[in-house]
Design a protein around this ligand. Structure first.
Ligand code: ZN
Length: 330
């Protein structure tokens, strides 16, 4: 049995495995410019964030109906459960779908086909987090929040993703204020390719409760001290960092130093179909590359539940943490 854990940084569109992409393409009459799933898997080996994003958006064309989104989420939940994920907070990118004529309702209700039955079918509790694309305008983000209003009983929070450089958090101040007024949780990607100042801005201007990535905080000792003192969770994605060249090699990853600095770190998969591994694979990879001992791994698992948006079910959180404490490593 794998170590129980929560996954807090996972883009559902980034779980599209080549085989499912071809299955959905056939179902929807979409022609993909690749000979087969193997050829597509080769294309998944890109060099940087922009080349990844180009492929990522191209492939979204196969997602058309509620059934497609349900199948995508169900496939992720099955894989996550097999790797010890007990709770998943799942990002989705509505603007990328609405821009190609797929409505908010299709996306949310489609994902809900899988999420609604996840506890029974996979033993995984879930929450849904709607992300805005930061390379789109602030007006577009506000329109997206408006479009989500009928579905807010399905959506726990908002996030901010896509190309970070040149798109500082402050650009989205108004939509984050509107989301806060609606009682939504707030997170944002910051300090992955963008500078440490973006992390501070996400905290102070957007009021985020967690920082996605946050890796580059290590360049600013005062910021590290603040993040540790305020117990701000960071959702790190080690395999993603290597693939997108945020670090040169896994052995150079600052995770161990970040834990030593008292930061509340969690380990997640980001876009697992593209980055070479799901949540458990990321745990295994850092364990091997950084020589993390059992207590460090247990700390990471405990952190993941502590940082989860489970405030509506503290009993469940306590049960998950007790499972981590009682876990015996093989
Ligand atoms: Zn991400």
């Amino acid at each position: 049995m794998p170590l129980p854990k929560a996954e807090l940084h996972l883009h559902i569109e980034g779980t599209l495995e080549p085989e499912l992409a071809f299955e959905l393409a056939a179902r929807n009459g979409v022609t993909l410019p690749y000979a087969d799933a193997d050829a597509l898997r080769t294309a998944y080996r890109f060099e940087d964030l922009q080349s990844f994003l180009d492929l990522y958006y191209e492939l979204m064309a196969v997602l058309r109906t509620e059934r497609d989104f349900g199948d995508l989420a169900d496939a992720y939940l099955a894989r996550a459960a097999a790797q010890g994920v007990r709770h998943a907070e799942i990002f989705f990118d509505p603007q990328a779908h609405m821009a190609r004529g797929v409505g908010m309702g299709t996306v949310v209700e489609g994902l809900w086909r899988a999420l609604g039955g996840s506890q029974d079918n996979h033993g995984v509790s879930t929450r849904l987090i709607m992300c805005f694309l930061r390379d789109e305008s602030a007006e577009s983000a506000m329109e997206t929040l408006e479009a989500a209003r009928p579905y807010l009983d399905r959506i726990a929070g908002i996030g901010l993703d896509s190309a970070e450089t040149g798109n500082p958090p402050g650009k989205f101040r108004e939509v984050y204020e509107a989301a806060a007024a609606l009682g939504l949780h707030r997170v944002a990607h910051a300090g992955e390719e963008g500078p440490p100042e973006y992390i501070t801005e996400a905290l102070d201007v957007l009021g985020v409760e967690r920082v996605d990535h946050g890796l580059r905080c290590m360049e600013d000792p005062a910021l590290v001290e603040r993040l540790a003192r305020e117990r701000i969770p960071l959702t790190l994605c080690p395999l993603s960092n290597v693939r997108l060249r945020a670090v040169d090699a896994l052995a150079d990853h600052p995770l161990a130093a970040m834990l030593d600095a008292g930061l509340l770190c969690t380990v997640n998969s980001d876009d697992p179909a593209y980055f070479g591994g799901y949540a458990g694979d990321n745990f295994d990879a850092v364990r091997a590359a950084l020589g993390l001992g059992e207590e460090r791994l247990r700390e990471l698992a405990r952190n993941s539940f502590a940082a989860s948006f489970l405030e509506h079910d503290e009993e469940r959180r306590a049960r998950y943490i007790a499972e981590v404490d009682a876990y015996e490593f093989p």
